[in-house]
Structures are given as structure tokens and as C-alpha cells.
Design a protein. Structure first.
Length: 517
């Protein structure tokens, strides 16, 4: 996957996708699978903003039963299975436990109905899944069983619990990138750090966009028969020139130690469930939301967000006893709000013809789980507009690059390390790493990341900054790397990209700040 802006400007495309987060990446993937010629541009890095912040959960929708929404439960259950089917190397089933409190009969009855509904909605959920990615049924647990599995659950008033399974992304940044890579391998022309400055409009019809290369400031046009806006927080400014929607900052914490082998759902004071999820030998905990004014250039939690989320977690489950010293990183992203201030729960595909922009569709959503179906609906409209409604969606079944099961001899060592990011391509990559001098060496003591991973990220995965390299290698995923590791990674990336000493200093400083967020 190479960044070549000249190829974006030298031809007409069927579709231009604006925004390389999870929604834009999926739109591009869906469209190329249907045979469309596609251009995808992202103002920063692919999946580097809102899509980089989450609890890494792909929800099966059990919580929708609190609103008696069986249709929504069924939809999310099937979507969870789709993720496990097309990206088994980057997702896996994860057991989740929530306690049952209050009246014995009412509590057990309500949760029993929820478990039965989840199992009914999940009929066929394991069709086409690898054996190790199949999702077990939901069931109720006795009080003793709950505490044996998750001692951290609040014990006062605990009557029992419910065990269900969602899916967990092993690496949300790699998952988003996999869709971009897959689209590129099938012919899409993609570029990061290419910001849409304005739409090209002719007599009310959108014909493409004017794009700025953020490294050279060079402007050029991308021509397309249709445009899908998946720019997330920047979506409204593309359509109207201003940010009209209200936003919240969503904050999750990375805790130093694992709390349990299961994700724990704990009712918070606001009525929302807080979750503590095992991840990479650590714990992901959240989510805390805070409305924000305007649209920041970068979503970043402050010390007050950290303190409030720790306070909410400890109030909900006092025996967690979380302190600031337990937190090794924070993840923050922007979440859209409804006009009444509530969180946007679903997704929408909006035809902007009524705004005088015929040929422009906007995709808006806040969840990984439903991003695939949002993209499907958007591309359905695109192909109908282009007069090729027979081109059907294939994203529910088509595996991503690397989805093939890693060979058994990939276990251990370099191949196992590469399998975490590249799945079934690990052995071929490991052979390449061993042939290239020094590629299989670790960056430094204390990290498993190899020299070749940094080089590969730059040469093959369009990493242009040290932050990009860190996302592609999961260098800072579960905690900030040491200054030695950051400096070594910067030195290798800089040699590939021609950075001078001033640029090296800036990259190291930015990466160190981001890793500590």
C-alpha cells in the first residue's frame, strides 16, 4: 500500500470516500468488492482519531433488551458474528459478566428473559465461524459462581449474575487498517494526510473534491461520480462549512493489572454500565463521557476526566480500589450527541441532496459493531445511483487480508509476534524478516516489537509519522514505551522517511506525549 497522490488525480472514480476511520474504511472495502473504482482520503492517519478510542468490544446487543428492542438485538448479534467471520485474526469471543442485584424474583426473571432473548436472537450466530471463534450461549449464574469467576463484583445485594459473550478487538487500529489495506489490494487508491478542503459542485451536483496534501500543501482535485462523507467529527463542516453537532469526549483507561478473565459490567451512578475488560495482560476500563464545546484539533482527556472516571468506577465497585497510580494510559475520542444531549446510539446514512449537494451521502455512527451495516446501506445507495443495483454487498462473508488461520508452526517467536498483527500472513512475513538484515531484532530490551515492523509500517502500510508507526505495531497499545524504544523507533522510521534532526525531535516529543495520554 503506497501513497501516490498523482494516481488519485489522474482518473475519474466511481466513488470518493472522505474519512479513513472505521466507517470510511468499510465503505471503501464494500465498494471495491462490488467492482467500483474507489478513492479514499483521510485528513490525518487511518483510524487515528475517534476510531482509535474504544473499549475494543463488538457488542452482541444484549443491553438493547432493556428497551425491549429484539430487532436491534438480532441485528447486533449477526454483526458481531460477521466481525468474527471476516476478521478472526483480529477479534475473538469474550465472556462478559454482570451481577444481578435487588429483588430475587424480579432480578432473575428480567435477566433470564434477557438471556433467553439473546440466545433466540443468536440462532445461526456460529455459522461459518472457526471453531475457536464460536460464541457460546448466554446463561444465568449462581451467586457463588459469579464471585468465583469475578471476585471484584460488588457483593452487597448480589443475588447471582448473567454470563454472555461479546467479541473483543485484539487491536482496533489494526482492524481499521486491515479494511484500508484490503481495499487498496483490490484496486482502491488511498491516501492519508490528504485533507478535503472543499467539494467540487457543478449545478448542485457533487463531482468530487479539492484535496490538500498536508505535507506539501499542494492542492489537487479528485473527480468522482459519487462522494461518501465519513469524516466523523468533521462531517458537518464538509457539508455546511461549520460544526453544527454537539460532541462528547469519551474516555477509557488502561489499568496496569488484569482484574479478571471476563469483562465485568457494573451499573454506574448515571444508569449506564461501566466495563472493565481484560486486554493484552492489562485492563481497559470505561467509558466516561463529558460534553465539550467546539471541536478540538485533538481529543485529549485531562486530569479531571481521569479522576471522575476513577471515582465512578470505585463508587460502582468499591472493592476495585482503583487509584491514579494504577492507570498507565488513557484513550480518548469524540462521540456525537443528539440534540437533547444524549449519546448517539445508532447510525445514519443521510442523502445531502436536500442540502443542495446531490451525489453526496453522509455516514454517521458511533459504534464499531454496526459500522459494517452502515457502510452496506451507504454503498447500496451509491450503486443504485450509479445504475448498478445488481452489485450486492459481500462484506458479511469476505475475509480480510490475513484472516486465514495462522499455521500451527507460527506459535512462538517472531512468527507468533507477527501473527498478532497480520494473521495468516505471519509465516511469509517472518521469512521476509529473517532474510532482511537486522529486521528480526527487537527495538530494545522490554519490547517485542521488531525493527522490521517499523520498516514494514513505513514501506508497506503508509506510516508517515512516529505515531503512525506506533499504531501499526501496537507499540504503545497497553502502556507507554520507554524513551529508548521511542528513540530507536524514531531513528529507524526517520532513516526510511528522510527526517532531519529537528523532525526527529518533534516526532519523539509527539510520540512520548501521545503514549502517555
Amino acid at each position: 500500500m503506497r501513497r501516490d497522490l498523482g494516481t488519485l488525480a489522474d482518473r475519474d472514480h466511481d466513488l470518493l470516500v472522505v474519512g479513513g476511520g472505521i466507517h470510511g474504511a468499510l465503505v471503501a472495502w464494500d465498494a471495491v468488492l462490488r467492482g467500483l473504482s474507489v478513492a479514499l482520503v483521510e485528513r490525518d492517519d487511518f483510524g487515528g482519531a475517534t476510531s482509535a478510542n474504544s473499549l475494543k468490544l463488538l457488542h452482541g446487543g444484549l443491553r438493547r433488551m432493556s428497551r425491549l428492542n429484539f430487532r436491534g438485538l438480532r441485528e447486533q448479534t449477526l454483526e458481531r458474528s460477521a466481525w468474527l467471520r471476516v476478521a478472526p485474526h483480529l477479534s475473538r469471543p469474550l465472556g462478559c459478566i454482570a451481577g444481578i442485584y435487588g429483588g430475587l424474583t424480579r432480578g432473575h426473571a428480567a435477566f433470564g428473559i434477557a438471556a433467553a432473548a439473546a440466545n433466540l436472537a443468536g440462532i445461526g450466530r456460529n455459522r461459518g465461524l472457526r471453531e475457536d471463534r464460536r460464541v457460546p450461549p448466554a446463561r444465568l449464574l449462581a451467586r457463588t459462581d459469579c464471585l468465583a469467576r469475578v471476585p471484584a463484583l460488588p457483593q452487597s445485594g448480589l443475588r447471582g449474575g448473567i454470563l454472555w459473550y461479546d467479541a473483543q478487538m485484539l487491536d482496533s487500529e489494526r482492524l481499521t487498517l486491515a479494511f484500508v489495506i484490503g481495499a487498496s489490494e483490490r484496486g482502491a487508491r488511498v491516501a492519508n494526510y490528504a485533507a478535503v478542503e472543499s467539494l467540487v459542485v457543478d449545478s448542485g451536483h457533487v463531482r468530487g473534491a479539492t484535496v490538500v496534501d498536508r505535507w506539501t500543501e499542494r492542492r489537487f482535485e479528485i473527480r468522482a461520480r459519487a462522494v461518501v462523507d465519513a469524516a466523523g467529527p468533521w462531517s458537518e463542516s464538509l457539508v455546511s462549512g461549520a460544526v453544527a453537532r454537539e460532541w462528547a469526549l469519551g474516555v477509557n483507561l488502561v489499568l496496569r493489572e488484569p482484574i479478571a478473565d471476563f469483562a465485568i459490567g457494573i451499573p454506574g451512578a448515571s444508569g449506564r454500565y461501566l466495563f472493565c475488560c481484560p486486554w493484552r495482560g492489562r485492563t481497559l476500563a470505561g467509558t466516561f463521557y463529558r460534553p465539550i464545546a467546539g471541536l478540538p484539533t485533538r481529543a485529549r482527556a485531562d486530569i479531571g476526566d481521569l479522576e471522575r472516571l476513577i471515582g465512578e468506577l470505585n463508587a460502582a465497585a468499591p472493592n476495585l480500589e482503583i487509584s491514579e497510580s494504577d492507570v498507565i494510559a488513557t484513550h480518548a475520542g469524540l462521540i456525537p450527541l443528539e440534540r437533547d444531549g444524549s449519546l448517539v446510539e445508532g447510525f445514519s446514512v443521510v442523502d445531502q441532496a436536500k442540502s443542495g449537494l446531490d451525489g453526496l451521502l453522509s455516514v454517521r455512527g458511533s459504534k464499531y459493531t454496526t459500522a459494517r451495516i452502515a457502510a452496506e446501506l451507504a454503498v447500496d445507495r451509491v450503486v443504485a445511483r450509479l445504475g448498478d443495483a445488481t452489485a450486492v454487498c459481500r462484506t458479511r462473508q469476505t475475509p480480510l487480508p490475513g484472516a486465514e488461520e495462522a499455521p500451527a508452526n507460527a506459535a512462538g517467536g517472531l512468527a507468533q509476534r507477527l501473527a498478532e498483527n497480520h494473521g495468516g500472513r505471519a509465516l511469509a512475513l517472518a521469512d521476509r524478516f529473517r532474510r532482511e538484515t537486522g529486521w528480526d531484532s527487537r527495538l530494545a530490551d522490554g519490547t517485542e516489537v521488531r525493527v522490521g515492523e517499523v520498516i514494514w509500517a513505513v514501506r508497506e502500510e503508509m506510516a508517515l509519522t512516529l505515531g503512525d508507526v506506533m499504531r501499526r505495531t501496537a507499540l504503545a497499545a497497553a502502556g507507554p514505551p520507554s524513551e529508548v524504544v521511542i528513540s530507536r523507533a524514531a531513528e529507524i522510521a526517520g532513516a526510511e522517511l528522510g527526517w532531519d534532526e529537528s523532525r526527529l525531535r518533534r516526532e519523539r516529543a509527539c510520540a512520548a506525549g501521545a503514549a502517555g495520554d
